[in-house]
Design a protein around this ligand. Structure first.
Ligand code: OTU
Length: 673
């Protein structure tokens, strides 16, 4: 929107800011600013318009943007322009991610550099390095309690090391994700320390209450995130004789975004991380950032405005910088983080598909994909240009909140079904091969979530311990089948470190007082590199999983229909144990992914294949690279088996492809082609 006064003032501000010469270099920035200034103002005023300092703070914010752009390196500015032209750089079928703790995976950042080849060997070209900014020794929630957003914790090295890693990844064409812990700081952060020392300016950075009754209205509506280890949402600060809001642990103080200075400070942190060379930022706990007394204080309108405003500002400074919303909330709520209404598609580009993840685990425990299908269909459509992170495991627990009406319609009682799943994955159910554990059991509600590594939940750990060959084979198939799904389902696959070699639970956390209260540490292993070496041993469990995954990754990358343009349809397999979906693109490429969630072979009819536009007897499975064989119009899907079905190339097409290959080898294509 054209706003002459705003634009005039902006020009004035820019030209009076030091070191913005040559102005020519600021051209793309100014253009983007002109396009966004009024929107930024509108969003800013929705949060802060009623404050006396609103106008002043708005211009300070704009000045922050100028400074941040000034700090942005030339290669990153150039990359921004490229990415603006290729808006779908993060929707790509070529992208495959892994998340890992640098210290637990490799040691220091400098050691991590030496492990990058291991990742590329698997086909990983995007890494999420879990929290590595400065955080207190001892309890720090795995780094999600940051005490300094501008330095790297010495456990990992120095800021210089992080910059070097970022550069190295970029030079290899790999993407980097870091966390932005935006809802809270550590109680050791300078702001918290100053607040504790009595400085009212910094007390305003947090939610403080002098009397208990003042917070009761907040507390009444707020659920507890860690009821077992951190009950309640407030902590008494003895020094001040005041209560401070602590939704997570008592050492994680919730930031008060009602204060525009907090917003600005956190935006500066965000842009600082962008300027380090982070490509995609994971915004932690985005659902929690704006509290309203009496409400759950999650997913509030204002929490969305905060993100929209951050996005609009980031677009001006660093348009090649994407946001992941870490909102582990109901599907109707998650999609709102992509932006809705006039902000449709203008909030976060990426969000965790936690519902899909939990539904997959439900289907595994039930050998039945009905709830999975219903659940997916219940996820509202997302805007084009946005995408999911599809994952099986991460550093957190698995929440089991399913749509209750779906469960009732299947004749299941939500509470009992959840209990079944918790028992199943804790190995407390007859016949369950799982070795996980309940997480955050809440005696008040009877609620619980699940901890445990993929290998533990899928039965592999038990198979190894009991030397049960059948169970071993079965769990490897299960692990590959599940990965095959996240690698082909619409979105970005994110593999959890250690899962590529079937790492089991790690119980060493129990001896560490800073971790023993939190059993999520059982699935945050110290990487066992001797085990990883076994990927070279033919037939070993590690080799079977690693190579199986590698193949799936290669196949994803060579199937352009795997790029996420909302091009997916869930298909009716007419067999509850079998999950089927079709991926396609506008150029006519398509793949039908069929997965069997049971431990016995299942059959699907050729009608499914025909319905998806294939000729049943001229269809091949990309995974095996051969034509499928059907008997009496039925296709057998082995126990925990999977197909990626596509057209069998005709003899002519095959010949033509061969010719093409020959041609490619004989000619060197002219440059620039
Ligand atoms: C996130 O968690 C992180 O992933 C957790 O590791 C942190 O403990 C937490 O934030 C605090 O920083 O906020 O939006 O196990 O699923 O706390 C959801 C519970 C979150 C997590 C939940 C999640």
């Amino acid at each position: 929107m054209y706003d002459p006064q705003l634009h005039h003032d902006f020009r004035l501000l820019l030209s009076s800011t030091k070191n913005v010469k040559p102005l020519r270099e600021f051209e793309p920035f100014s253009q983007r600013a002109f396009a966004n200034l009024s929107r930024i103002k509108k969003l800013f005023n929705r949060l802060y318009g009623s404050l006396d300092q609103a106008e002043e703070q708005y211009w300070l914010l704009i000045q922050d943007l100028i400074h941040a752009f000034k700090e942005r390196s030339l290669p990153l500015r150039r990359q921004d322009l490229d990415r603006e032209a290729k808006r779908d750089w993060y929707l790509n079928e070529k992208l495959v991610g892994m998340m890992l703790y640098v210290d637990r995976f490799a040691g220091k950042l400098s050691d991590f550099e030496g492990k990058v080849d291991y990742l590329t060997e698997l086909g990983i070209n995007w890494v999420h390095l879990m929290p590595l900014l400065k955080s207190p020794e001892g309890s720090n929630d795995g780094g999600y309690a940051v005490s300094d957003y501008r330095s790297v914790d010495e456990r990992f090295g120095k800021l210089e090391d992080l910059k070097r890693v970022a550069d190295k990844l970029r030079s290899k064409g790999m993407l980097l994700t870091l966390d932005m812990v935006m809802n809270h700081t550590s109680d050791q952060h300078e702001w918290a320390q100053k607040a504790k020392a009595g400085d009212p300016f910094y007390q305003d950075f947090y939610y403080f209450f002098e009397e208990r009754f003042m917070l009761d209205e907040y507390e009444a509506g707020m659920p507890e995130v860690f009821p077992h280890s951190a009950p309640g949402n407030f902590t008494y600060v003895e020094e001040l004789k005041k209560w401070v809001m602590t939704v997570f642990h008592k050492y994680q103080w919730d930031l008060n975004y009602r204060n525009p200075i907090v917003f600005r400070e956190m935006l500066k942190v965000l842009l600082f991380l962008a300027n380090l060379g982070v490509d995609i930022i994971r915004l932690d706990a985005v659902a929690f950032t704006w509290k309203i007394p009496g409400s759950t204080s999650q997913n509030t309108e204002e929490a969305h405005v905060i993100l929209q405003l951050m996005k609009a500002c980031a677009e001006v400074v660093a348009p090649g910088f994407a946001f992941i919303a870490e909102a582990i909330v109901a599907p109707q709520e998650v999609v709102r983080y992509f932006g809705e209404g006039e902000n449709y598609g203008r909030e976060c580009e990426i969000a965790y598909n936690a519902t899909f993840m939990a539904l997959l685990w439900d289907a595994v425990a039930s050998s039945d994909t009905t709830l999975l299908k219903m659940g997916i269909e219940g996820i509202p459509p997302k805007p084009k240009g946005t995408t999911w992170i599809n994952y099986l495991r991460c550093h957190d627990d698995i929440g089991l909140g399913f749509e209750e009406s779906h469960l009732y319609s299947l004749g299941k009682t939500p509470f009992l079904h959840k209990k079944y799943l918790v028992d199943y994955y804790s190995g407390n159910f007859e016949g369950s091969p799982a070795l996980g554990a309940p997480f955050a059991f809440n005696p008040k509600t009877g609620d619980a979530r699940i901890s445990g590594s993929l290998a533990a939940l899928a039965g592999l750990e038990k198979a190894v311990a009991e030397q049960d060959q059948d169970l071993l084979d079965q769990s490897i198939r299960k692990i590959l089948m599940l990965h095959g799904i996240i690698l082909s389902y619409g979105g970005l696959p994110l593999i959890y470190y250690g899962d590529e070699i079937g790492t089991g639970n790690d119980h060493s956390y129990l001896d560490q007082p800073d971790k023993s209260y939190d059993n999520r540490w059982m699935h945050r292993p110290i990487m066992d590199w001797e085990k990883a070496d076994k990927i070279e041993v033919e037939g070993s469990t590690e080799a079977r999983i690693f190579n199986g995954l590698k193949k799936l990754i290669l196949l994803r990358k060579s199937s352009p229909e795997m790029a996420d343009h909302n091009s997916i349809s869930i298909e009716d397999s007419e067999n509850p144990a079998v999950f089927a979906f079709l991926r396609w693109n506008m150029e006519g490429a398509k793949t039908l992914v069929i997965s069997n969630f049971s431990d016995s072979p299942q059959y699907i009819s050729s009608a499914l294949i025909s319905r998806c536009g294939f000729t049943p007897y001229a269809t091949m499975d990309k995974l095996e690279g051969e034509a499928i064989r059907m008997y009496h119009d039925l296709l057998e899907v082995p126990a925990f088996g999977q197909y990626w079905l596509t057209d069998l190339p005709t003899f002519e097409a095959f010949q033509a492809a061969k010719e093409m290959d020959k041609l490619k080898q004989e000619f060197e294509w002219p440059r620039g082609n």
